[in-house]
Write a protein that binds this ligand. Sequence first.
Ligand SMILES: [Zn+2]
Length: 285
Amino acid sequence: MYFHDEHHIDIVDSGFCSHAEQTVLLLKSYLEQHPSLKTRNLLNTHLHSDHCGGNSALQQQFSLTCFVPEAEFLPVNHWKQDELGFEELGQPCPVFKAQQSLFPGQSINIGNYHFEIHATPGHHAKSILLFEPGLKLLISADVLWEKGFGALFSGITDPFGFQEQRSSLELIKQLSPKIVFPGHGKPFMDVQTSLKNAFSRLDYFEANPHRNSQNVAQVLFKFMLMYEHQITLEQALIWFENTLIITKAAKHLSISSEELMSQTIQSLEKAGVIRKKDTMIVDLF
Ligand SMILES: [Zn+2]
């Protein structure tokens, strides 16, 4: 997302690394159309690789001050993989540096607007959301989408994961936004319906945590296939056995990684989003 005033343009989140070149070109083209603008800040709502994977490329091409949630500032600048979690989720992310922190409870100018910064653990323990109280505009990251929310990894790794997601949704309810710019999908205004659906999805996962573990495996495997396009069954097994969160999900389900792989492939095939062809698994979107 871009926000700008007459002089400066700020960017919120930068997409996944496989689209980094496209992200750079899109910004270049926007700046060519608006020659009075200079790049200023790059803000990350949370450090999942599909939200900060373009940081490195943008920083190489443009003058940008990078802001990350305060709790991520040191881990990013020392690139501590065990704290950043890219490896745990089995996702690549090019190394980047942050120059500033986003402090929950404070606010920040983005373009012409003044946004409040709120902590929203759940989907990501250190995630923040940005709320502009005048317009009642919410940048919700992956805490709330028009239909649902981002995979609840914390439902596997954190005993309070479901509760944290619930309090983050409660916070959104309390802020009562008129329009939401989510981390995925188009902006939406029927926030009541989205919140209702999100709470009901959360209720379901909380009551059936094994379904959450299966969902996490499906989401991450599908995401990996989206950038690998196709892999062999052997490669898939290596991924299932070596991706930390997946091994935790298998343990949580009391099955082997191989069994989780079979179940995941079966469910995704049934949903029509991947296809198994002999010993290959092919992404369909
Ligand atoms: Zn995310």
